[in-house]
Design a protein around this ligand. Structure first.
Ligand code: AMP
Length: 452
């Protein structure tokens, strides 16, 4: 991999119009994925990039895509779709669409976004007028194709964004159907945070001698994110959350719950504690989700409570805190969740409130991360719950879990004997090292501000 450390955007071969848009965003240095992907895409080859959200991957493909298309703008009234970006969720599609508009402000290209859950008519209308770049979720795109509202036979560049998520969400058949509608000759860009065998198979069918770009190790949580577990009884999680938000003076915070119902309930309870919160989940209409996100971004609400699916693709600048109110069932979702903080060079803090019955999930997460997450018991919130009584557990078995901060837990995940929940005692050293040196928001912003 070439040394990209001292690169500037001027070194990447981008046009003056695009450089202007980049500098208007206040970016002065390309992120590693941008430094590698931009020249490769400009050369016209296929790429397969292992990059999580938060790495700057959107600009990594959007900027060169805009440049390639604007090199030969199609004149005339009708604009065929020349670049197609497929994304797993409405939120990600909307975010990518916004980025295309932002970076493409000074080039004469039209773009559009289509996703399900909203009326199809307006989408048909703007497609009739023609767009050069279309961002779409797969299902709605196929609906539009079936209704002959869009034709994909002039696509020059195909982007699959968060391909692993698309497969997780069962879009593989839709993706393959879309691929059949595209011209054989085209450029393909595939982005994925993880590389399962299914992704590799898709890549084999889709990509032609791709350049491989890997900027974050597979399945590893961003190293910029400080992670902490606060052991706490289930019944006291809400009180602890309110306490942390206040005492640590957290600014805007994204809180994950496992269920839609849990998200609604927590939002209400935070409201009772006079902490402004709004929920975003799959049961809400698209309009309500967009409004909630917009209100949160504008600072109308301090806390955004989200479920995993709803949170995919959320792009909120400089979000300093992510809280796992409940751990996800799927360990990979933990990595996705904490990727919502520590984005693009900012520091971030991910806090998980973990009760006795979630210790199995925590162990699985730590196995995936290949390290223990430091445990810090907050004064006054020491867990009192006994280990959940499981019928299967043999009598006299010691508590499960790990000693705090100890990465060398037994392979079976059990810690040596002890009476309480198995989380161990308060670890002062950990709390000092990790703990609550949370810089103020203004300090963070200063740190993140571009250097002239
Ligand atoms: P992404 O991984 O594409 O979702 O981008 C994550 C965040 O990084 C977005 O908020 C972008 O606005 C921001 N970003 C992208 N590129 C840069 C850059 N070169 N410098 C600073 N911030 C960036």
């Amino acid at each position: 991999m070439e040394n990209t450390f001292f690169m500037t955007f001027n070194d990447l071969g981008l046009s003056a119009e695009l450089l202007r848009a980049v500098s208007e965003q206040g970016y002065d240095t390309p992120t590693p994925i941008q430094a590698q992907a931009i020249p490769a895409v400009l050369q016209g080859g296929d790429i397969m990039a292992g990059a999580q959200t938060g790495t700057g991957k959107t600009a990594g493909f959007t900027l060169p895509l805009l440049q390639r298309l604007s090199a030969n703008t199609k004149k005339g009234k009708f604009r065929p779709v020349r670049a197609l970006v497929l994304a797993p969720t409405r939120e990600l599609a909307a975010q990518v669409g916004d980025s295309i508009r932002t970076y493409g402000k000074h080039v004469p290209l039209r773009s559009g976004i289509v996703y399900g859950g909203v009326s199809i008519q307006p989408q048909k209308q703007f497609l009739r007028r023609g767009v050069d770049i279309l961002v779409a979720t797969p299902g709605r795109l196929l609906d539009l194709v079936n209704q002959r509202a869009v034709n994909l036979n002039k696509v020059e560049i195909l982007v699959l964004d968060e391909a692993d998520r698309m497969l997780d969400m069962g879009f593989i058949h839709d993706i393959r159907r879309v691929m059949e509608l595209l011209p054989q000759q085209r450029q393909n860009l595939l982005f994925s945070a993880t590389f399962s065998n299914d992704i590799k198979k898709l890549a084999d069918d889709l990509l032609h001698q791709p350049k491989l770009i890997e900027v974050a190790r597979r399945n590893t949580a961003s190293e910029r994110v400080a992670q902490t577990v606060h052991p706490v009884d289930k019944s006291r999680k809400r009180a602890l959350l309110s306490y942390l938000i206040r005492s640590q003076k957290w600014g805007q915070t994204l809180v994950f719950t496992r269920t839609k119902h849990g998200a609604d309930r927590l939002t209400k309870q935070l409201g009772q504690d006079e902490i402004s919160a709004v929920a975003i989940h799959g049961d809400k209409s698209q309009a309500a989700r967009t409004k909630a996100l917009g209100d949160f971004k504008r600072g109308k609400f301090q806390i955004l409570v989200a479920t995993d699916i709803a949170a995919r693709g959320l792009d909120i600048d400089q979000l300093p805190h992510v809280v796992n109110f409940e751990l996800p069932h799927v360990p990979e979702d933990y990595v996705h969740r904490i990727g919502r903080t520590g984005r693009a060079g900012n520091e971030g803090e991910a806090v998980s409130l973990v009760c006795g019955e979630e210790k199995k999930q925590l162990r699985e997460i730590e196995r995936l991360l290949k390290k223990a997450v430091p445990k810090v018991v907050i004064e006054g919130y020491k867990p009192m719950e006994e280990e959940p009584k499981k019928a299967a557990a043999p009598k006299g078995q010691g508590p499960r879990g790990r000693k705090p901060g100890n990465g060398n837990a037994r392979p079976d995940g059990r810690a040596p004997g002890g009476k309480r929940s198995g989380y161990g005692k308060r670890t002062n050293s950990t709390s000092k090292n990790r703990g609550y040196r949370t810089p103020t928001r203004s300090k963070r912003n200063q740190a993140a501000a571009p250097a002239n």
